[in-house]
Design a protein around this ligand. Sequence first.
Ligand code: ATP
Ligand code: MG
Length: 273
Amino acid sequence: MLREVTGIRYVTPLREGGSVPGVVEADDLGTYVVKFVGAAQGRKALIAEVIAGELGRRLGLRVPELVRFDFDPVIGLGEPDQEIQDLMKASGGLNLGMDFLPGALGFDPLVFEVEPELAGRIIWFDALIGNVDRSWRNPNMLVWHKNVWLIDHGASLIWHHNWKSAAASSDRPYDASDHALARFGPDPAAAAAELAPMVTDELLTEVTALVPDEWLVDEPGFDSPDDVRAAYRELLLARAAGIHQRIRTEQAEKQKQPPPQWLRTWVEGKNAK
Ligand SMILES: Nc1ncnc2c1ncn2[C@@H]1O[C@H](COP(=O)(O)OP(=O)(O)OP(=O)(O)O)[C@@H](O)[C@H]1O
Ligand SMILES: [Mg+2]
């Protein structure tokens, strides 16, 4: 189970986030970014955060610690914004907390350099979880103590919004041409060779077990939370095996195009000699 903490002081809303997460202090003296269960993005966003975040961590990527966050809306009564009051009132009880990284900077692909190996691993991981939310416009990465940390996986595992078509939609290619790390020379196939063997049934059992039953219990078409967990496992296992073949990057697109005429003439001339 994820560690559990209880909120004791609502500090401030993070208005740059579409779901308006809150910075909240907890009874373990830690400060957390709380993703509220009552936000418009719904419980599925929190499920995606847990599965993707914990999977990424086990693949060696940096993800701030996730916790079960017990939130009592009473602690937020001092917040003047009515919309945020409504959000908090709709979120009493179990929410998701992420360790707040104090002083972290938003990742900027024009300012920070990333090793090609790390870029490849992150792009392959994003392809695995179907994450379209790490573009250069909205990188959802933080730089903290000189390292890149991954945040905001709420929009990943997109197929879980329609389980009936999940297997088919999961077969689609992953377009990485807009990815924040596309310019750092990633080699997703090399990353796949390293990481895909780590994505085993056991690992996915461990990761999906961390999703609270409460968020899985009334998923239409499933008898129990464990049945839903099995569906996530099956899909991610299948993706791990082959997604690297379906990752599109700009570079790959360019390579597919024939070389320009002048180059062909030059090569032909050389070969003729
Ligand atoms: N663990 C963290 N430590 C420090 N700052 C954070 C952390 N998590 C999020 N933030 C800050 O809060 C902002 C919003 O967080 P996040 O992107 O997770 O929210 P969201 O509502 O899912 O946003 P989006 O609009 O991208 O879907 C981030 O861009 C970042 O600036
Ligand atoms: Mg975000």
